[in-house]
Design a protein around this ligand. Structure first.
Ligand code: F3S
Length: 652
């Protein structure tokens, strides 16, 4: 049997072992790394602590793109640190205003066949050009930058055959929302979705990026499309045709599973609050008053996306009760839209243009009103994601978002445009972009770089390093959560909180702030504690602060029904033991405040089964460690930083 595309790329990067069996651990060499401002300080502090002179991968890029509000000194302190540390270690910097990391990376750095790891869960965006892009925690990015092969659970590779053609007024967003409807937010765990077939071949790179980007919402390891004529055209438009190489699955490629979507049958869809898989046809969403529309985010503000939204607005106006904003994903897209007159259509319609940044997507500005209904083109609609837990967030395509802004309630482009909706079918990505890399700072030559002084403002606090697990643990339960806790619940997003991410003593005070405002104080008072979680604990964003802050507050273990992939990796890296209930019903037999006792913890960990005594209830239960041997070594060392230093010093 032939090989699929994912396997071909993994094989080309395989360091060990020779066999690649789904579910088993493999180690792969990484070509590129990506970080962004609100997660990156910890990554570079860790890289500094490791002590290498320079990044060891082909290309490392640091994007300053998420928090550009500069409410006080904290974020500028972070940005100055990030810029100086990048100069010191041979890392490219994409300056504020150049664009959102994923949009810029695929356009300016991505290459078919390369393997990248990024400190952001939507790193799979780059799968649009036949690149294998995996979202990881910040400590993993620091590790990848050392050039050591990275561990990865060999995924199952699912063939998603796309057929048919999207109707005008429908967007690639419909394809990924249909996937979410079918697969669910946990259905992609341990899987790569490889999109093939005539429908996939007809999708342009920007449309593929929407689908690959939101594969993260299914918990997938990543998603990928072939590098074909569409990719060649895209790279040519980016004046990088020389970076193109054809990369296709073999005709008789073998897969671990199959799905099929006929895109011609799709209609405008909507993900309702508060999970991205709560998908229904847009026409079935109750017609309530919409308070806010946001057309923005890395997922859906390509040139064609915004141009189509602008055409829906053309000659019409935003409803007087709607606040409608638009944040475009890169400077080059912004310029091209301006040249082609689409920005004028937006402003004429009363759309407010925002800075080129992530912004409202992660609650950095434009929070909805109290109990406001927000309609967004983003990829996440978790409670509180927009900065206001009373709000409801609905996810739709840019075409539907524009129609909704005009109507003041949920509407599709067809409802607004009638037969003219056909015009939208004629909008494509440009044949050439106004390429301008003046906002990208190139790495310095090694000798010059070694002289660079790293600038640390008062917001840059040292990275806390955990201790190895104690032999005997007798600690209380500081928190018991429901299912599907997100990293946003653990570490809230917003301009204010995001600017604290390089200052753990400060930020940890706001751990679980919106979910349980007393948690941080309680955990601190307990000294050491355990958190009890439900299903899919730690889903969503890759932010490792959701592990670092609890660790700093003394949380030694999470015992949950299941733990999301990236978050589990972050827990391991930061020395919190991720345990899974052997019998999920034991979850119901534990309460907050119960005292739990574990004896001979390091020895029990080696068996990957741990007996826990509930002192308060006088009961016993068992948890298991769903960890590979190398993950077990990391956590036994007291986290990735200690482990890596020992490894690089040749002590392991
Ligand atoms: Fe930025 Fe939101 Fe994408 S925070 S990277 S626009 S998911």
């Amino acid at each position: 049997m032939g090989k699929n595309l994912t396997r071909k790329i993994l094989e080309a990067h395989l360091a060990k072992p020779a066999r690649m069996k789904p579910g088993e651990e493999i180690f792969v060499k990484v070509d590129q790394t990506l970080t962004h401002d609100i997660n990156a300080v910890m990554t570079y502090l860790a890289f500094e602590a490791i002590g290498l002179p320079r990044t060891q991968v082909e290309t490392s890029v640091s994007y300053l793109d998420h928090n550009l509000l500069y409410l006080d000194n904290k974020t500028p302190d972070d940005h100055i640190y990030l810029q100086s540390v990048a100069r010191r270690y041979g890392v490219y910097v994409s300056r504020p205003g150049n664009g959102i990391c994923h949009a810029v990376h695929v356009a300016r750095f991505g290459k078919p066949g390369k393997l990248s790891m990024g400190g952001d869960s939507h790193t799979p965006h780059g799968g649009a050009i036949g690149m294998l892009c995996i979202g990881v925690g910040g400590m993993d990015v620091a590790t990848a930058m050392t050039g050591v092969p990275m561990r990865l659970k060999m995924p199952e590779i699912i063939r998603v055959k796309l057929t048919g053609k999207l109707k005008p007024g429908c967007n690639a967003k419909e394809v990924i929302l249909e996937m979410l409807k079918r697969v669910g937010i946990k259905g992609g765990l341990g899987k790569v979705f490889e999109y093939v077939g005539p429908g996939a071949g007809a999708l342009e790179v920007n449309e593929r990026a929407t689908i690959a980007n939101m594969g993260a919402e299914m918990g997938a390891t990543t998603s990928i499309f072939p590098a074909d004529e569409q990719v060649r055209r895209f790279l040519k438009a980016q004046q990088r045709e020389e970076d193109y190489r054809e990369l296709l699955p073999d005709e008789d490629a073998e897969y671990d599973g199959e799905m099929e979507i006929d895109m011609s049958k799709l209609e405008p869809l909507c993900a309702c609050p508060h999970q991205p898989d709560n998908v229904v046809p847009l026409r079935n969403v109750k017609k309530k008053k919409v308070q806010q529309v946001f057309i923005g985010n890395c997922t859906n503000t390509s040139y064609a996306d915004v141009a189509k939204a602008a055409l829906v607005f053309k000659g019409r106006h935003v409803h007087e009760d709607v606040s409608c904003t638009c944040g475009i994903s890169s400077k080059q897209i912004y310029k091209q839209l301006m040249r082609d007159g689409y920005m004028e259509m937006l402003t004429d319609a009363g759309v407010r243009l925002l800075e080129i940044a992530c912004g409202p997507c992660c609650a950095i500005g434009q929070s909805p009103a109290t109990r406001g209904v927000a309609v967004r083109t983003s990829n996440r609609n978790f409670k509180g994601r927009a900065g206001n837990p009373t709000a409801e967030i609905y996810l739709v395509s840019p075409e539907s978002a524009a129609a909704t802004a005009i109507m003041g309630t949920f509407a599709s482009a067809e409802e607004i445009m009638g037969a003219d909706v056909e015009i939208l079918g004629g909008i494509h990505e440009p044949e050439s972009f106004p390429v301008d890399d003046s906002m990208i700072i190139k790495p310095l030559p090694e000798e010059e770089a070694s002289q660079v002084k790293i600038v640390r403002g008062p917001n840059i606090q040292p990275l806390p390093v955990p201790e190895p697990p104690a032999r005997y643990l007798k600690v209380k339960v500081s928190l018991k959560t429901v299912d599907n806790i997100t990293t946003d619940d653990i570490t809230p997003a917003s301009a204010e909180f995001s600017s604290m991410r390089s200052n753990i003593p400060l930020m940890s005070q706001y751990c679980y702030h919106r979910y349980d405002p007393d948690f941080a104080g309680r955990a601190k008072e307990m000294g050491q504690s355990i958190i009890i979680g439900g299903e899919n604990y730690g889903q969503g964003s890759s932010r490792e602060h959701a592990a670092i802050n609890p660790m700093y507050l003394g949380v030694r273990a999470i015992i949950a029904k299941s733990i999301a992939r990236i978050h589990k990796g972050n827990l391991v890296n930061h020395g919190i033991i991720p345990m899974i209930f052997e019998n999920p019903e034991d979850y119901d037999r534990i309460d907050r405040g119960d005292e739990l006792e574990v004896r001979d913890l390091p020895d029990q960990m080696q068996t990957k089964k741990i007996w826990i005594h509930n002192v308060t209830k006088n009961t016993d239960f068992q948890a298991r460690l769903e960890l590979s041997d190398s993950e077990l070594e990391v956590i036994s060392c007291g986290g990735q930083l200690r482990y890596l230093k020992r490894q690089l010093e040749g002590k392991m």
